[in-house]
Design a protein around this ligand. Sequence first.
Ligand SMILES: [Zn+2]
Length: 266
Amino acid sequence: MQRFRAAGGTHLFLATQNYEGTVPLSVDAYARQFEVTRRLADQSIEEAGVRAYPVVAPYPIDLIGATAQVGSPAALELYLSALDLAGEWVRQRKAVAIGEVGRPHFPVSEEVASVVEPAFRHALEVARDADCPVVVHSADLDARGLRELADLARSVGLRPERVVKHYTRTPVDPRQSGGVVPSYLARRDLVREVARTSGPWFLETDFLDDPKRPGAVLDLATIPRRASAIATDAGLGAESLWVPFVESIKKVYGWRPELSAEGAAL
Ligand SMILES: [Zn+2]
């Protein structure tokens, strides 16, 4: 976090993940997981002055491990309860969005596949009821895939503008996405390509802070570094940073990050 701050970073979204190396098999285990995320966010502001906004949900890939251990009906039941807990966290303002939810990005057994869709659908319902965005994990989607996602969201009554497709690696014309908002992996080439386009869109690193995968997927300080590069690029300039860092957050989340008079993150 200090490196992120030193590179100019002030705010970030912090998605929960399994910290214990095992798939949670109870709602209590998910509650413990979310609490760790919250503690990390508290630590981030206290120790580095970086405001981290927690994003919580049971990870869709958890359905695979849970199905193997307790069978798909019980795995689905647990998953739905954990989603309800995530919705509760948003209502209590302990988290700002539901995520990551969606679909495994690789083929799964028929048994798992049968619970993925009802699980995802309920995630969208929870976001609708908690009136918050949902951060979607899935295989890379093109414009057509994003439009299908928009249709799915609409079918449960969630505005597609509330749906963020995380880990997007294919630039999409914002007019072609059906309203779903791409969060682009901040590779240099991709950033250069999308920086000229109108929003909403986000940049992300998908940084894991896993000792077994150091620096994966991109280093945490990548976004502030890319932002500096955009700001000093003759063809782009600081003005173009409004799209990912202010306007898109306002449009998708309904609020905007602010700085205090001292420049510390609020
Ligand atoms: Zn993901």
